[in-house]
Design a protein around this ligand. Structure first.
Ligand code: PEP
Ligand code: MG
Length: 327
C-alpha cells in the first residue's frame, strides 16, 4: 500500500475544490528528514531540538546548534524549517539539567519548555543566537513551546531583539524578518489565542499537550490512554478558537500534534479551516490521499452543523457522519 501511495509524494495536496494544503513533517532526529523528503513534505513544521540535549552530561553550545541547523537547511534544499526552542520536560529529559526536574510532584506543570528557558538565559540564548544565525542561511521559522501567557512572549521577543543587536555589533548575519511563532498547547493559550496571534507571525497547535492539559489526562499514562480523545468537544472548541484567531490577524495556523497525522480527523480539521498540517513523516501520504479526495467547502458546511450539535450529540458519532460525507 505504501508503494501505491508513494506515487502521491510529488503531487500537491490540493483538495477537490482547489484548496492547497501545506503538508510538512515533524522531525525528532535529523535522520528523519530522509523519509520526510521521500514522502513529499514541503518543509519541516516542527523540528524538535531536544535530541541535542539528551544522553550527555554537558549542554550544546551555539556553534553546535548552528552546525546542526545549517546541515538541516542544506539537506532541505530550500524547503523551510520550523525550529522549536528547547522543550525539555517530563517526557524529554536531559542529564545536564536533571536538577530542574527532580523532586516535583507534577513535572508536566513545572519548570519546562519556555518557562525553563526564560529562567535560564544561559540555556536559552545560545540556541536563539544559533536560530537567528541559521536564518541567514535559508528559510527558518522560530517556534516557542508551551506558551501560557503573553508576558512570556513579550519577554522572549525582548530577548530576541537584544540578541539581534548583539549579532549586529558582532557583524553576524541573520534574517531580520525571521517569522516567530507560538505553539498553542495549553488551554490558556487557546483561550487567549487572539492576544497571542497579535504578537506572533504564526501559530501551531500542539494537540498532544493541549489534550493532556485540557482533559487532565497524562499523555504518557497507559491507564488513562482510552480517555485521550482529540474529538472531545472542549478540544474542538479550543482548536476552533485558535484557527479563528489566526484568521482575525491574518497569520497562518498549523497543527503539529499527533492529531494532524491521524486520518480519523483529517476531514474534520480541513472542514474547520486548517490549512497546514505537520506530522511524523510516515503519515504524510495517507493524509494526502484523504485531502485529495475531500471537498473543503462541503466539509466546512458539515463542520458548522457538527458545532451546532456539539453539546447534545456524541462528537465521535458526528465524526463518523463527517467521514462518510460523499465527495
Ligand atoms: C504537542 O504537544 O502536540 C507537540 C507537537 O509537541 P510535543 O509532542 O513535542 O510535546
Ligand atoms: Mg508539546
Amino acid at each position: 500500500r505504501q508503494t501505491g501511495l508513494r506515487a502521491l509524494a510529488g503531487r500537491p495536496a490540493r483538495t477537490r475544490d482547489g484548496i492547497e494544503i501545506r503538508l510538512q513533517a515533524n522531525l525528532e532526529l535529523p535522520e528523519d528528514i530522509e523519509l520526510a523528503k521521500a514522502n513529499g513534505a514541503l518543509g519541516v513544521g516542527l523540528y524538535r531540538t531536544e535530541f541535542l540535549y539528551m544522553n550527555r552530561a554537558d549542554l550544546p553550545d551555539e556553534e553546535e546548534h548552528l552546525a546542526n541547523y545549517s546541515a538541516m537547511l542544506a539537506d532541505l534544499d530550500g524547503r523551510p524549517i520550523t525550529i522549536r526552542t528547547l522543550d525539555l520536560g517530563v517526557d524529554k529529559h536531559s542529564e545536564a539539567l536533571a536538577t530542574a526536574h527532580s523532586n516535583v510532584s507534577n513535572p508536566a506543570l513545572g519548570l519546562r519548555a519556555i518557562r525553563l528557558c526564560l529562567k535560564e538565559p544561559a540555556l536559552f540564548e545560545p540556541q536563539l543566537r544559533a536560530i537567528l544565525r541559521a536564518s541567514a542561511l535559508g528559510p527558518v521559522r522560530l517556534m516557542l513551546p508551551l506558551v501560557t501567557s503573553v508576558h512570556e512572549l513579550d519577554r522572549a521577543l525582548a530577548i530576541i531583539a537584544d540578541l539581534k543587536r548583539q549579532l549586529d555589533r558582532e557583524g553576524l548575519d541573520y534574517d531580520d524578518d525571521l517569522p516567530i511563532g507560538a505553539m498553542i498547547e495549553v488551554p490558556a493559550a487557546a483561550l487567549t489565542a487572539r492576544a497571542i496571534a497579535q504578537r506572533m507571525d504564526f501559530l501551531s497547535i500542539g494537540t498532544n499537550d493541549l489534550i493532556q492539559y485540557t482533559l487532565a489526562i497524562d499523555r504518557l499514562d497507559d491507564a488513562v490512554n482510552d480517555l485521550f480523545d482529540p474529538a472531545h468537544p472542549a478540544i474542538l472548541r479550543l482548536i476552533r478558537l485558535t484557527i479563528e484567531a489566526g484568521r482575525a490577524f491574518d497569520i497562518p495556523v498549523g497543527m503539529c500534534g499527533e492529531m494532524a497525522g491521524d486520518p480519523r480527523f483529517t476531514r474534520l480539521l480541513l472542514g474547520m479551516g486548517l490549512r497546514e498540517f505537520s506530522m511524523q513523516p510516515g503519515a504524510l501520504l495517507d493524509i494526502k490521499e484523504i485531502l485529495l479526495e475531500s471537498d473543503a467547502g462541503e466539509l466546512a458546511r458539515h463542520v458548522d452543523q457538527l458545532f451546532d450539535q456539539l453539546d447534545v450529540a456524541n462528537p465521535n458519532a458526528l465524526l463518523e457522519v463527517l467521514n462518510a460525507v460523499p465527495s
